[in-house]
Write a protein that binds this ligand. Structure first.
Ligand SMILES: C[S@@+](CC[C@H](N)C(=O)[O-])C[C@H]1O[C@@H](n2cnc3c(N)ncnc32)[C@H](O)[C@@H]1O
Ligand code: SF4
Length: 336
């Protein structure tokens, strides 16, 4: 089995299919313009599926398509069609802001998509507009219910919680998800990329999130799916619904992190907080064989030592952490 320098296998692959987005969430992509990746540098669906197949041979069981906003990539269902039948792949998922989901759901489902995660940080339309700068809550809700109607399951909703911005939306989101059969996942606000001016003051910790929910709806901890998922899950004592919190800041899960990432322009990245990627696209375009590409991937994984979130927590605890001192690849190109 392929393992990294800290004995972690490779089990999940997150593929960013585009760096473009139709939203400008203030915590992710606050600027209007970025240095966009040139179209010809973006991996084709054939290149993506070739890489995916190699990763699956190394033990990847789960693939998530993300971005940027994956649904702004034309004909995404054609990629799903290529990935869904991969032998050994147990789970294929899409993370989306939901704005285009209602109009795309039929071809996506037909192509083999079984489930989606939709990001929704508030149910207040005005605030939603402020947080996403370009988003329309009605469209996102239409998308979520279209996915439900089409039979995709489970439908998970993701909310990044930012202090003073949407921490008062935690309970309304819990109630909405419980009432409609969605699984709610709260995400601690992270210092991804370099543009979001993250400070720990904006962070609402997992502990706080759970206390707030449990005070109203008692919870029982279930733990991490398969022991390695980013989210720590809880069920409600009354049996209605489930929630989880992704606490990469206050409870880092580096020691069990089995995720590799492929950027929209074909770089392999071994941590969400990396400052470099390994250019696999150039090798593919220069005619490398599957065996050569496999060796390239395996070598990268064998040398992997990343444990950025664990180091950040150690630094935060000793009050020496300065998020700006560590340059990172923007989340839009490496895939959240
Ligand atoms: C980068 S987005 C890409 C997929 C899609 N556009 C979406 O919004 O779901 C993937 C996930 O990263 C989360 N995210 C973005 N910036 C974040 C931050 N600073 N801290 C925590 N999560 C963040 C988003 O909320 C979303 O759930
Ligand atoms: S979180 Fe998703 S929807 Fe929001 S700006 Fe980032 S990529 Fe776009």
């Amino acid at each position: 089995m392929l393992t990294d320098a800290l004995q972690r296998p490779v089990k999940d692959l997150r593929i960013s299919v585009t760096d473009r987005c139709n939203f400008r969430c203030t915590y992710c992509m606050p600027q209007d313009e970025y240095e966009w990746i040139d179209k010809k540098e973006i991996l084709t669906f054939e290149e993506i599926s070739r890489l995916a197949q190699l990763f699956v041979q190394f033990g990847v069981e789960k693939i998530r398509l993300t971005g940027g906003e994956p649904l702004v990539r034309h004909d995404l269902h054609l990629l799903i069609e290529k990935l869904a039948p991969l032998e050994g792949l147990k789970d294929l998922c899409l993370t989306t802001n939901g704005a285009l989901l209602a109009e795309r759901i039929e071809p996506l489902k037909h192509a083999g998509l079984k489930r989606v995660n939709v990001s929704i940080d508030t149910l207040d339309a005005e605030k939603f507009k402020r947080m996403t700068k370009r988003g329309d809550l009605t469209k996102v809700l239409e998308g979520i219910f279209a996915a439900k109607q089409a039979g995709l399951a489970p439908i998970k909703l993701n909310a990044v919680v930012e202090r003073g911005v949407n921490d008062d939306d935690i309970l309304p989101l819990v109630e909405f998800s419980r009432a409609n059969g969605f699984a709610m996942r709260f995400i601690e606000y992270m210092d991804v990329g370099n543009a979001n001016n993250w400070t720990s003051a904006k962070l609402v910790s997992k502990k706080e999130i759970i206390e707030k929910i449990a005070a109203r709806y008692p919870l029982r901890e279930v733990g991490r799916e398969q022991g390695t998922a980013p989210s720590v899950d809880y069920e409600f004592v009354d049996g209605q619904g489930d929630i989880g919190v992704i606490a990469s800041v206050t409870e880092p899960f580096c020691s069990s992190c089995t995720r590799a990432r492929v950027t929209a322009d074909g770089k392999i990245v071994t941590c969400l907080f990396s400052n470099t990627g390994h250019d696999v696209k150039s090798k593919m375009r220069a005619g490398a064989s599957d065996a050569e590409l496999g060796e390239f991937i395996a070598n990268i994984w064998r040398q992997r030592t990343d444990r950025y979130s664990a180091e950040r927590l150690e630094a935060m605890n000793s009050a020496t952490y300065d998020p700006k001192s560590h340059k990172k690849i923007e989340m839009i190109s490496l895939g959240g």
